[in-house]
Design a protein around this ligand. Structure first.
Ligand code: NAD
Length: 497
């Protein structure tokens, strides 16, 4: 393919910088998907200044009018769905059915936000004083910085950009440096949809040189970050210095699937295959711990291992492949480190994942799944830290309560699945495990845009994406109007002067 030349988009103009960086296909590192401007402080300043100016007029439009721009944009995504899906797979390696699902989710977000423009964005409440009307209304915050990861390069940016602009904010968007071309394509569609200059701006670059100045910019009112815990924590700390700056951080997970003794083992096996190995384990919600009742562990493990060994790894453009490559060499090194640590910590290796070589495998970062069994011990690195790769532990436990104790023994709290036929048990697990996304008889993966998406503990600071983000990008204000010819105060406060 001919490499695509991505640009920044600032105040309605396409711009470049003197230096560029390359986006490579992780399934074939010799294939350059495109190039993008390496931006820094100057480009960020220009983009924030354009967004600040555009906010003054964008906020004046009605929610319905703003939703109409999003509706036009949704139609363009639908038109270009195949092209976008291919780009997602080329830039981030995940198989084409996953590339397509990413874009369909992006489309759903656009449709959802277009519709949301016509529902109430505030409501009336009773006042103690009958002559007073009280309202709770949503007001936009200003310039919102949207900093996103590579693994859902179309869905996650739209989870945060679209609610922001629907509510009347303006945006500076920095896509992950691994997936600038998908970011560029989304921006082309925003441009074609006719969003006024400055409402959505795009700057490409690294986290350090481009993301960091966005976070520190005095005119940024809110930061919507999705990515690793280390970066999210740093951003929270930096933003805390500016008391007015709002931060939503959605971060990593050490997710678990709990299999209780009455589980349907076919569901259990499939849930753990999908949960652990979709996107090659590089989802924030990937299952990396299978916590299984000891009474059924042997049978589960036998069936699981048989199926894992049948997983096909290869270029994601081939529909038959279940697992694509890892995104980068650093991801592959992290996977190796976690495998080594697990062995040093006493893992019984059941499927010894390998770096794959020969033929097309030599072109990319391909590995096969790594599966091990381990008795639970507190403070075990491999059972607590995110591997973000096809690396999964099977941990035998004695009963439901121990299963939840083991599940909760990590700093994270993103996604939890429980496999059981017993409604009393899933209800107990629901109420005692720490997570933001819970599933019964399903894998720990899977999102729908009209549900909040986010975690607790170190996985998120309580401002989930998708459905949940509207609260993050608006101030809820109280507004009271008096219709009487005199002043009457609540709580019986005297008005005698
Ligand atoms: P990352 O933290 O390395 O990067 C995410 C974004 O932050 C990128 O755009 C990057 O350029 C930017 N960034 C990096 N350093 C920065 C800095 N100092 N200041 C400002 N911005 C900076 O994450 P990644 O490798 O792209 O994604 C993988 C991680 O994201 C995993 O931990 C995964 O679990 C997590 N994730 C979480 C969710 C969720 O919704 N909870 C969803 C997807 C991925």
């Amino acid at each position: 393919m001919t490499p695509i030349k991505a640009k920044n988009y600032v105040n309605g103009e396409w711009t470049t910088t003197s230096q560029e960086f390359e986006s490579v296909n992780p399934a074939n590192i010799h294939e350059i998907v495109g190039t993008a401007p390496l931006s820094g402080l100057q480009e960020v300043n220009d983009a924030v200044s354009a967004a600040k100016q555009a906010f003054l007029s964008w906020r004046e439009l009605s929610w319905v009018k703003r939703a109409e721009y999003i509706d036009t944009f949704a139609q363009l995504i639908k038109r270009d769905l195949n092209e976008l899906s291919n780009l997602v797979t080329q830039e981030c390696g995940k198989p084409i059915n996953e590339g397509r699902a990413d874009v369909v989710e992006a489309l759903h977000m656009a449709q959802y936000m277009a519709g949301l423009g016509r529902i109430p964005n505030g409501y009336t409440v009773s006042s103690e004083i009958s002559a007073k009307d009280a309202f709770i209304l949503r007001k936009p915050k200003g310039v919102i910085a949207c900093i996103t990861p590579w693994n859902f390069p179309s869905a996650i940016p739209l989870w945060v950009i679209l609610p922001s602009v629907l509510a009347g904010n303006t945006v500076v968007f920095k896509p992950a440096e691994q997936t600038p071309i998908v970011g560029h394509k989304l921006m082309e569609l925003f441009h074609e949809a006719g969003f006024p200059a400055g409402v959505i701006n795009l700057v490409h670059g690294t986290g350090e040189d481009c993301g960091d100045p966005m976070v520190k910019h005095k005119d940024v009112a809110g930061i919507l970050f999705t990515g690793s815990r280390a970066v999210g924590k740093y951003i929270q700390q930096v933003a805390a210095g500016d008391a007015y700056k709002f931060v939503a951080t959605e971060m990593g997970g050490k997710n678990g699937t709990i299999i209780l003794e009455d589980a349907d083992l076919d569901i259990a096996v499939n849930a753990c295959i999908l949960g652990a190995f979709k996107t090659s384990g590089q989802r924030c919600v990937s299952t990396s711990r299978i916590i299984v009742d000891r009474k059924i562990e042997a049978e589960f493990t036998k069936r699981y291992v048989e199926k894992v060994k049948r997983i096909k790894v290869g270029n994601g453009m081939n529909e038959e492949n279940f697992m694509g490559p890892l995104i980068e060499k650093s991801g592959l090194e992290k996977w190796k480190l976690h495998n080594q640590k697990a062995q040093a910590e006493g893992a019984e290796v059941l499927v010894n994942g390998q770096v794959l070589s020969g033929g097309d495998y030599d072109l990319g970062n391909f590995v096969s799944p790594f599966v091990y069994k381990m008795e639970y011990r507190p403070n075990t690195f491999c059972l607590r830290e995110e591997a973000f790769s096809p690396h999964v532990a099977i941990i035998p436990v004695d009963g439901m309560e121990q299963a939840v104790d083991v599940y909760n023994d990590t700093d994270y709290g993103l996604s939890m699945a429980v496999i059981t036929e017993d409604y009393r048990k899933w209800r107990w697990v629901r109420d005692h495990a720490d997570y933001g996304l819970g599933y019964v008889n399903l894998p720990s993966i899977g999102a729908e845009v009209h549900l909040p998406f986010g975690g607790v503990k170190a996985s998120g600071n309580g401002h989930p994406g998708a459905e949940g983000i509207m609260d993050a990008v608006t101030h809820r204000i109280a507004f009271t109007v008096n219709h009487a010819h005199e002043i009457l105060m609540a709580q019986g406060l005297s008005t005698n002067v």
